[in-house]
Design a protein around this ligand. Structure first.
Ligand code: ZN
Length: 438
């Protein structure tokens, strides 16, 4: 019996030892990244509960305070804080979004929420680039800084917000206008950027503002055989010609290398709606009395929104041709001081210089600062005059956000942690004058 008990003890002991060893082997920055990638955070039903509780556990394991704020039930904003030695100084905020766009699993070589790591180190997952990488890198960088005994002067916050991929209205838009946000006294913030196939890191100082434009034409209906003036289709087609001409002029600047894609106003037709339906398709011998077209319009920060509205009202949808229009503006064009919403990337902005030096200190190279062609949550922060840089340290990486087979290489992920260690320590130890309103 005693021998049997001894044997049982031995079994339990070796099992426990094994568990501890494999747990240690399993718990590394890469495996923590993989665990975070496996949460099913894709729209239309993103799971926010599980990733938030994972992040809270991670935060507590490295001594950060965690707070969850729900501006909209079921859509949490998670805020982690590393208190600085001089909490009166404006703080630094690192942001990422919790949600992801959907993925068509059958078109992927590895399932999109498997976080499968290939022999050559590629980790496949929806969100690997956009933007779960930075979410985990922020924490890993702080973990390393803490283990080296670093403590910040300025307070460092990390925010994890919901709903970015569907416009951020129930996420950052609400957080950025809340008293909780004001209390943070944010002096500088960083948000997501994009990958670069080359060996430089891209950095973004502004987003374009999206407008959804719908123009409608009305006119007398008529027989399909009749030639007459001011039909709805004729008027809409005239407008489309003018829009096309404008689009070509803007695009020519891009083709000629005079401007980047994100520096011009893009106007792209996204739908056309007209005609009278019939059981076999459309009635062909009748000219309809209504016609409509929808456009995706993106304005860079220096574009003049009033001039654009005037053009739409007078040229593209003039009432004189029985036309009307509707513009749905997504986000502001000017900050609270009436300035274009962009963060200076020159020596006038001390944060820029510190950031740049910190990246270079670990051997990183920055590409020429860019305007992002699309939109991120950064605009809700820049709107307050807070300088924000969009940055995800992914060089030598194909741009795969929202694409099939999104992946990030383990070595690129690890390098990013080193970059953030340098960036977080440099920014949070900066003691100079800091609230820089552009
Ligand atoms: Zn994103």
């Amino acid at each position: 019996m005693a021998v049997y008990r001894l044997f049982l003890c031995f079994l339990i002991f070796s099992f426990a030892l094994n568990q501890t060893l494999s747990y240690e082997e399993d718990d590394s920055p890469i495996t923590r990244f993989q665990r975070y990638l496996r949460f099913k955070t894709a729209h239309p039903n993103p799971n926010y509960t599980a990733p938030v509780s994972f992040l809270v556990d991670q935060a507590q394991s490295i001594g950060l305070t965690a707070r969850t704020i729900e501006f909209v039930p079921g859509k949490p904003v998670l805020l982690l804080t590393w208190l600085g030695s001089d909490p009166k100084l404006p703080s630094i905020l690192f942001n990422s979004h919790l949600d992801s766009v959907p993925a068509e699993g059958e078109k992927w070589i590895h399932p999109p929420f498997s976080a499968h790591r290939t022999d050559d180190g590629r980790i496949f997952a929806r969100g690997a680039q956009d933007d779960k990488c930075i979410a985990v890198q922020y924490l890993e960088a702080i973990r390393n800084l803490k283990s080296k005994g670093y403590s910040p002067v300025r307070t460092v916050h990390i925010s994890y917000v919901p709903e970015e991929e569907i416009g951020g209205l129930d996420g950052m838009a609400k957080f950025a206008v809340s008293p909780e946000f004001r209390e943070l006294n944010v002096g500088f913030a960083m948000d997501e950027g994009q990958a670069n196939p080359g060996d430089e890191f891209r950095v973004f100082y502004a987003d374009r503002t999206p407008w959804k434009l719908v123009i409608r034409a009305q006119g007398p209906p008529g027989h399909g055989s009749k030639l007459y003036d001011n039909g709805a289709m004729e008027n809409l087609m005239k407008s489309i010609e003018l829009v096309t001409k404008f689009r070509e002029t803007e695009f020519d600047n891009v083709k000629a290398g005079k401007a980047a894609n994100s520096e011009v106003i893009s106007v792209n037709p996204v739908y056309l709606k007209a005609g009278i339906p019939s059981p076999t398709g459309f009635v062909m011998n009748m000219q309809p009395s209504e016609a409509e077209a929808g456009f995706d319009v993106r304005l860079p920060p220096l574009a003049d929104p009033d001039l654009m509205k005037k053009r739409i009202a007078e040229e593209w949808a003039p009432s004189i041709r029985n036309m009307t229009y509707k513009i749905e503006e997504h986000g502001p064009m000017r900050d609270i001081l009436g300035h274009p919403i962009m963060t200076p990337t020159n020596d006038s902005n001390p944060w820029w210089s510190i950031f740049k030096q910190a990246v270079e200190a670990v051997g990183g190279k920055l590409a020429k600062p860019e305007i992002l062609a699309s939109t991120t949550d950064a605009r809700y922060l820049r709107q307050w005059g807070i300088p924000v840089l969009g940055f995800s340290p992914m060089s030598n990486t194909p741009i795969l956000l929202h694409d099939h087979n999104e992946f990030l290489k383990d070595s690129v992920f690890m390098k990013g942690i080193e970059v953030y260690e340098s960036v977080i320590s440099a920014l949070s130890s900066f003691e100079g004058p800091s609230r820089q309103v552009n």
